[in-house]
Design a protein around this ligand. Sequence first.
Ligand code: HEM
Length: 357
Amino acid sequence: MELMGKSSILVINGSLQRRIHGLIGSFFNSATLKSQITAEMERYVRESMGRWREDSPIYIQDEAKNIAFQVLVKALISLDPGIEMELLKKYFQEFIAGLMSIPLNFPGTQLYRSLQAKRKMVKIIDGIIQEKRGCNEGTTKDVVDALLNDKNEQLTDELIAENMVDLMIPGEDSVPLLMTLAIKYLSDCPAALTQLTEENIKLKKLKDILKEPFSWNDYVSSLPFTQTVITETLRMGNIITGVMRKAMKDVEIKGHLIPKGWCVFAYFRSVHLDDKLYDVPYQFNPWRWQEKEINNGNFTPFGGGQRLCPGLDLARLETSIFLHHFVTKFRTFGLIFGILSSETSSTRVRISARIMV
Ligand code: HEM
């Protein structure tokens, strides 16, 4: 809690949470972000995959983390890769190491180091905020602009800078895990990998003929099977295991009384892997989503209600772009290590280049 800060969107409730949530959500749904971030993400993926070599294994989760961090920082504060980005990455790693640490704050402890790292990140972001205030353009190019342009007095520069750091947490870890798990499940299900590859190669060839760049919409709507793969990965992977809620008054749910003040953990896994809701739930079966509705209470990887994840479309887009480039550029030889390799906690794959004809 100390690391998050008292005004973090991840911990506050009430009107300020709704305000910040609304501003972030509208920016993530805006045409500006959609056109800009699709091109940026493609660039980061191409640059990253351009460095992959056939003779050395690729650590998928590490690569995905690097790409997703750059995309998120671009969307949040319009920072491009460079020295400041590298510094932010370094401080961020130190910062998140403290999220699961013993709550002792004095020199030498992890919590102390993490708080110092967060302070340094806030300083860099505050510099960017002051520059933006100086220009006073009034346009909304990133999440910081969306918050700065709002006239709500509670949105101080300090609150905005701190929230930018906190926003990197859900974005940085969950998206790379989604990408990595998708590769893992696909490598275990050759039929799905083949169908996904064919769908992506077909669209790529069409786009090449039309000499048209891919848009956000292409990745999300014109690749329906790819979307079912992402949906099925979210169901089986349960990237966020569940959400915590506190009863503000006595509540009765299905005959069970939850007294006021009690905390409840809604465990997504017990729903997503329930055989009464999903046939053979432990089997990776993207085809099940060709008939199934995703907007129902039995599928909540992004939560729901007023805390519904505002980054859900961005997460799907990023994963779609990653998979598209992965299958159109490479032929995978399958995994070398499983997902929980103690060496790196990252999935390793060996790849070879795909020649498109
Ligand atoms: C696979 C990727 C992701 C998954 C599975 C995921 C899942 C979730 C879930 C389950 C919640 C609800 C938490 C709760 O109710 O307490 C949430 C909230 C949130 N997510 Fe995501 N998320 C993902 C990606 C992202 C991305 C890319 C962003 C972009 C910054 C993001 C930003 C947020 C924020 C700000 C909240 C808090 C919203 C609030 O409390 O008002 N998430 N996410």
